[in-house]
Design a binder for this molecule. Structure first.
Ligand SMILES: Nc1ncnc2c1ncn2[C@@H]1O[C@H](COP(=O)(O)OP(=O)(O)O)[C@@H](O)[C@H]1O
Ligand SMILES: [Mg+2]
Length: 286
């Protein structure tokens, strides 16, 4: 196993449109770990993961498997890291199979001609994700959840040691959310992948991640195991909600339940019951 962390952010900062969006982030993700980046909307999660894909300028250093990200060619980077973006751009009219096959491009020659092996690999991944019946469908005719799995398939055929997923379950109902996350967890074990996800659902972070890192206003304000980070204090301070955090002492996972703060839970006065009562008669009012 490599002695380098899979990912290392060192004093990373990003400015966009004249504002500082990420500042002074330093964090290591060991090979084989699952990092969940959490934080309120606009905290800088997507921007921080974009520094891995090389699609945003940054201060400081980003290392991938011990190599300086700035020195990586597009092709080298795509062999190390596959990204499932929050809003993938899919060429209109493209068939599922052809879209998934695009993920093989970093492994193809200069003319990007797909080999029989590339096609077999793509089909195998579609089967693994239960998508083989969609192979001939146009991606733009799929439901949000189906499309999300297709985008995951394209990332998986890239066969990279690091998989980065920005809000991978945002379009999925709870059943499909867990199905996709369990699948990622299985693939992680099968292929010894390092996973980075941004997530909104704190319980998802608490159930799947080894490392949870909290971004707030572009700064890293907490990082550690789910039990260390997912506490009522941290959640109250950064999300402004009252939380209870239920720790499973056997596997170290955390289930987070959030509710409105007590002072905000007071309900407005109930309207006069007589207006609601179905059997109220004039007699009742006398
Ligand atoms: N191209 C851009 N120009 C200016 N500001 C941007 C740009 N992209 C993102 N931002 C701002 O950066 C902040 C962080 O955004 P983002 O990384 O998408 O947050 P998150 O993923 O945590 O919701 C937000 O305030 C957002 O409006
Ligand atoms: Mg985002």
């Amino acid at each position: 196993m490599s002695t380098h962390p899979a990912i290392s952010w060192r004093d990373v900062g990003v400015e966009l449109g004249g504002s500082t969006v990420v500042s002074d982030v330093s964090l290591d993700v060991p090979t084989g770990a699952w990092l969940s980046l959490i934080g309120p909307n606009g905290a800088g999660k997507t921007t921080l993961v974009r520094t891995l894909g090389g699609t945003v300028d940054h201060a400081g250093d980003v290392e991938l498997l011990g190599r300086d990200g700035r020195g990586l060619s597009v092709r080298d980077r795509a062999r190390q890291l596959a990204v499932v973006p929050q809003h993938p751009v899919i060429p209109p009219g493209m068939r599922v199979f052809d879209y998934v096959l695009l993920g093989r491009a970093p492994h193809q020659g200069l003319r990007c001609a797909s080999s029989l092996q590339d096609r077999r690999r793509s089909l195998a991944v579609l089967q693994r994700l239960g998508l083989e019946d969609f192979a001939d469908r146009r991606v733009d005719t799929l439901s949000g959840g189906e499309r999300q799995r297709v985008v995951l398939a394209r990332a998986l055929v890239q066969d990279t040691p690091v998989l980065v997923l920005d809000e991978p379950t945002a379009a999925l109902d709870v059943g499909h959310q867990l199905e996709v996350l369990e699948l990622i967890a299985d693939l992680r074990t099968e292929r010894e992948l390092t996973i980075v996800t941004t997530v909104h659902d704190l319980t998802v972070a608490g159930q799947f991640a080894d490392i949870v890192a909290v971004l707030a206003d572009g700064r890293l304000v907490a990082a550690g195991t789910p039990t260390e980070v997912l506490t009522p204090d941290v959640i109250g301070a950064h999300w402004g909600v009252e939380a209870s955090c239920d720790v499973d002492t056997e596997d170290g996972s955390v289930t987070v339940t959030v509710r409105r703060r007590k002072e905000q839970r007071r309900r407005p006065a109930t309207p006069a019951t007589t207006e609601l009562a179905p059997h109220a008669t004039e007699e009742d009012h006398r």
